[in-house]
Ligand binder design. Structure first.
Ligand code: AMP
Length: 181
């Protein structure tokens, strides 16, 4: 019998160590098992850390869409195993971390369970999730609203910048990239 696959949206962030290398190998690890198939990968964006201790390094963030035959909790365990493999540092809540993987949505599942809240409770107000997600899934909605509209309203929208892989981007926004408000 063919397994049933559900679409899931995963958000990745890193603000410690070799951030780009971490994201690259985390993407490979996340879609390594046959139960998790890659649908799309967003560009990497650079964002200021939201909340947590002041002065922490900028985050690199990205979003993946996958289809998976894992249950939501199995997918969470898998994401946490990938975080642990990359030696995630969890000393301070919302502090720097080598890798953070969140499940943003899993099909149409809605859950208030604190172990796995779906959709992710803060996704609708985080441009660093909504904006890269909108680039690979423009028709997606959260709470009945287009994610690109939610992104433009999010407080951190102005803090996003393209990431060119070689350093901070300090020029004009490129086509399709974040524009100034
Ligand atoms: P954080 O430190 O922000 O990554 O939070 C990790 C905790 O959030 C874990 O204990 C998870 O069980 C819980 N959690 C609840 N909902 C989600 C979700 N949608 N994706 C990832 N972790 C979640």
């Amino acid at each position: 019998m063919n397994a049933v696959y559900a679409k899931a949206v995963l958000a990745l962030g890193s603000n410690l160590g070799e951030r780009n290398d971490t994201l690259s190998s985390a993407v490979a690890d996340l879609v390594d098992p046959p139960e998790v198939r890659l649908l799309a990968v967003s560009p990497i964006i650079q964002t200021k850390a939201v909340g947590g201790p002041a002065g922490q390094p900028d985050f690199l963030n990205m979003v993946l869409t996958v289809e998976t035959s894992l249950t939501p909790h199995e997918l969470l365990k898998h994401c946490q195993a990938v975080e642990n493999k990359h030696h995630r540092v969890r000393e301070v809540r919302w502090g720097p971390r080598t890798l953070d993987v969140d499940i943003i949505t899993y099909g149409d599942v809605q859950s208030d369970d604190p172990v796995l809240t779906l959709p992710h409770p803060r996704a609708a107000v985080r441009a660093f999730v909504l904006y890269p997600w909108s680039l690979i899934d423009p028709a997606a909605t959260l709470a009945g609203e287009r994610i690109s509209a939610l992104a433009a309203r999010a407080e951190d929208y102005g803090d996003l910048a393209p990431f060119d892989g070689f350093g901070d981007f300090d020029g004009m926004p490129t086509a399709g990239a974040v524009t100034e408000r």
